[in-house]
Ligand binder design. Structure first.
Ligand SMILES: Cc1cc2nc3c(=O)[nH]c(=O)nc-3n(C[C@H](O)[C@H](O)[C@H](O)COP(=O)(O)OP(=O)(O)OC[C@H]3O[C@@H](n4cnc5c(N)ncnc54)[C@H](O)[C@@H]3O)c2cc1C
Length: 121
């Protein structure tokens, strides 16, 4: 994990701990996230990759206008579900749902796929 963090830092990423996304809304040209914690804030984002694990559906639901549905009535539950704009209609938002085992092993491939979806390679 430290190696991943080092790679991310070299690419300009920052890790913010203790900063839960409590809600969000689709705003002009992006997505505004309300972030709680000791110093709550509003983050205006061009891109959001919702990777909140078991909370990912709750986070998606909290963003006004997003109605996450992993599968239809009577259909078997799918494995990983990676939802982009074509599924929910919001540019710049990717939801990662149901990333159970072997999600850790698959994480680099998932990241590649998401980067391609968002054209940020
Ligand atoms: C016991 C066990 C063993 C496993 N073994 C393997 C294995 O050997 N190989 C393998 O490939 N996979 C394994 N897995 C599966 C793997 O752990 C998951 O697929 C992977 O962790 C999913 O990654 P994720 O980033 O999607 O979610 P998570 O790892 O769950 O990360 C989600 C993150 O989002 C944060 N978060 C939640 N809500 C919010 C919010 N509102 N705002 C901000 N942040 C939030 C959480 O604090 C957490 O840090 C195992 C899982 C378990 C439970």
């Amino acid at each position: 994990m430290l190696a991943y963090l080092g790679d991310a830092g070299r690419c300009g990423a920052a890790l913010a701990l203790g900063s839960p996304v409590v809600s969000g809304r689709v705003a002009d040209g992006g997505i505004a996230l309300e972030v709680g914690g000791v110093e709550s804030m509003t983050l205006e984002c061009g891109i959001v990759v919702n990777s909140a694990g078991f909370n990912a559906q709750a986070v998606a639901r909290s963003i006004a206008g997003i109605r996450p549905k992993i599968h239809g009535p009577g259909q078997p539950a799918p494995d990983f579900l990676i939802q982009g704009e074509d599924a929910h209609g919001v540019a710049g938002l990717v939801n990662l749902f149901g990333i159970e085992s072997p999600g850790l092993t698959s994480s680099l491939a998932i990241a590649d796929h998401v980067a391609t979806m968002l054209s940020v390679r």
